[in-house]
Design a protein around this ligand. Sequence first.
Ligand code: AMP
Length: 282
Amino acid sequence: MKRIEKINEIRNILDLERKANHSIALVPTMGFLHEGHLSLIKEARQNNDIVVVSIFVNPTQFGPNEDLETYPRDINRDVNLCEQEGVDYIFNPSVEEMYGEDYATYVITESDITNKLCGASREGHFKGVMSVVTKLFNIIGPDKAYFGRKDYQQVAVIKKMVRDLNIPVEIIDCPIVRESDGLAMSSRNTYLTPKERKDALVLNRSLKEAKERILKGEKNKDVIREEILDKINEIPYSEIDYVEILDATTLENIETIDRDVVIALAVKIGKPRLIDNIVVEG
Ligand code: AMP
């Protein structure tokens, strides 16, 4: 396995891989890898000749009051984990390598898809995500790129961007990996105190209970939403950013639960803002 920091260097290497007819997979990450990331890497490893993992904490997707400075980082640990998973190349550029001093070009969408959920509360977040993912696609030129459904809206936004802009890459979305007690794995879980870690279980529990209620016949999305809000509000210090029930494919608002829906939430539990979601097939 090789760790590469320069755009030109990874390009030259991957040109040779392509000449040798090797298929290339990209797993974009911000590092501090956990089993969620590793599940994407394993899936990529099984289905491609060459696996590239990018590790880049992308400043343009963080808002001014977010945790860019304190975002957990441990590149040596990440390198070891990638090595164990049989990764071929880690692409780990510096901020300067990705964004020169005169950097000025971004990818944005006019679709409503970025105005809701995380896009509503994290201004400019998806502009940063779409731009960096496009840059990574242009640098790596992957045949397939792997994303987790933990960031449900992110996958939808990227799939739409790839379709709209005819980017020649196949987007593979992978299931959410959870701790044994149900908490969705996240690099930000390291911010949780033991008490917050226990209280955070309400997120997945309320989603699972909502799914059961819908499957038993409840069609009223406001009723389901209120039930989730009530459960989360039992944690007095939690700060709910959103709890939304949307069309699972388009992320459009719905009147009643009469199709496949995604229930998505973002809640601040202590320091971290945690996200989770569940799909209910209608
Ligand atoms: P991040 O490093 O948080 O930007 O995540 C990199 C990729 O890993 C994204 O596609 C995430 O959706 C995915 N990912 C993060 N956590 C999980 C998880 N618990 N289960 C599945 N995928 C995940």
